[in-house]
Structures are given as C-alpha cells and as structure tokens.
Ligand binder design. Structure first.
Ligand SMILES: [Zn+2]
Length: 272
C-alpha cells in the first residue's frame, strides 16, 4: 500500500502512464485515486480539480480526499498549488515552499471533528471536539526539506519560505484585498491550500506543498496585467519542472517519520 501521496493542483492531472485506479469509500463521499510507482516508490495520486479540471476550489471534496488517503495507509502528502504573487519580489515562474498560511476561506467544511461523525485514526475511533495545533510548523518540516532539496538539485528558481494566503474563490481577489494581505504578511495567494493542510494534520498525516507562481496578484503589477495566455505559458513552461521536483521529492522523503505530525492528536482531544 502506498505511504506517500501526491495531490496535484491546476495543470497537474495525471502522474502515471498506466495507473491502477481505485475507488475508496469514505463517510464523506467516494474518491477515485490512482496508484502507481514514481521512481520505485509506490504512490497514490489525486487530481484535486478532477482530470478535466471540472471541480472549482470551493467545491473540492477535501475531507473525502484526505480521509481516503488515510484509509489506504498514506502517511505523507506532497501537494502542489498554482498561486499568484503578493510579494512583488517573487516573479511568475518561481517555485515557493510556504512555511505558513493565513486562512481567508469562508464556506468550507474544515474539520473532521464536528462532534458527531466517528473518525478512525490509526486504529482509534474519535468522535468529539479536537483542536489540533498548527505550531510551530503548520507544514511538515520533513516534507518541506525534501521539496527544498529537490528544488536545489533541479536548479530552478525558488523561494524557500513564504506565507500562503488562501481565499474562498472562485473569483480572484480585488486590489484592496491584495494590499490588505500584503500588510498582513502574505507572500502568495491561492484558493486550495486550506482546508487540505488542516485536514491532513487532523488525521496525523504529514503535509507540505510546492507552489508555482503563475502571475502577480491584483494590483501588484500596477496597471500591467498578465494575459491568460501569458499565465498559461508560464505554467506550461514550468509543468515539467514541477513534475520532476515532485518525483524527486518522493524519492527523498525518509521511510521513517521523525517529525511530530504523527502525534498531532496527542493532547488535542477536548471531548471523548
Ligand atoms: Zn511530518
């Protein structure tokens, strides 16, 4: 069974030549995922937006996706996101490995622990109120360092930290919102980083993400706006690098976890 999973964002819809497709039943809906090998490591793959980009960010079934991965034995998740740059020093075409996030989503089901549903985590049935900690590292430090090593080896342009602001979508942000996010310390903005990172932690899974900057966020470029074709061209040009970096990351992830993600539920359960 795969212990590593990749969740592909915009433009990243398939991973294997001849994948084995599996349908996994969860209390939150069924998930079709692919299982195959990446450089001799067995990996599960989910295209977050579906294979034809038919699922918008606010309608992704994040809970089913993460729960399905947990059910088949995945411990470590490497995600990818296409984002815009709030920080003007981060040019389109740059990779960013965020170290923190700010959640501006509004209408998403962002917890497994609603007080009613029974959640199975590592052989325990949990039902109640759980408050997982997001400090000191909202993202798994081991996965982050594997991504960073892979980026270094690939020789691509990257930034080794950044604050990822996550918005509800589906519309893009206004110039005033981006200015506000900038004051708050945001570096990049996108619509899919939350609740994925939160739900992974609620299931004691490791999670980190590799973001590709495809454009400047609203107002960052002044009056100059990238056209859709320019954004698509930047993405297309970098897609092979993205896939290569993810594949090498999978190879670099240690077999045994030495991070604290697996203990995320210790001391987090408020009611039993
Ligand atoms: Zn971890």
């Amino acid at each position: 069974m795969p212990r590593v999973a990749i969740i592909g964002g915009s433009g990243f819809y398939s991973l294997f030549e001849n994948p084995e497709q599996r349908e996994v039943e969860t209390p939150f809906g069924n998930v079709i995922l692919e299982v195959g090998k990446v450089r001799d490591v067995e990996v599960a793959f989910i295209a977050r937006h579906g294979r034809r980009h038919e699922i918008p960010p606010s309608k992704v079934n994040y809970k089913a996706n993460l729960y399905a991965l947990k059910q088949i034995g995945v411990e470590r998740v490497v995600a990818t996101n296409a984002v815009g740059a709030i920080n003007p020093s981060i040019e389109p075409g740059t990779f960013v490995v965020p170290h923190d996030f700010i959640d501006f989503t509004k209408n998403r089901d962002s917890t497994f622990y609603d007080g009613k549903t029974e959640i199975m985590v590592d052989g325990r049935i949990l039902r109640g109120v759980v408050h997982v900690s997001m400090t000191p590292d909202p993202y798994c430090p081991e996965i982050r360092s594997a991504i960073l090593q892979s980026l270094s080896e690939a020789g691509v342009k990257f930034v080794d930290r950044g604050v990822y602001v996550v918005t509800e979508g589906n519309r893009f942000e206004t110039p005033a919102e981006i200015k506000a996010f900038s004051f708050l310390g945001g570096d990049i903005v996108g619509m899919t980083g939350v609740p994925e990172a939160v739900l992974a932690r609620e299931l004691a899974m490791c999670y980190a993400t590799l973001c590709l900057v495809t454009n400047y966020a609203a107002g960052v470029q002044g009056s100059r706006k990238l056209t859709h074709d320019e954004v698509a061209e930047i993405y297309e040009r970098n897609l092979k690098n993205l896939r290569d970096v993810v594949a090498r990351t999978v190879e670099l992830i240690p077999l045994t976890r030495s991070c604290s993600c697996g203990k995320a539920l210790e001391g987090a359960i408020a009611s039993k």
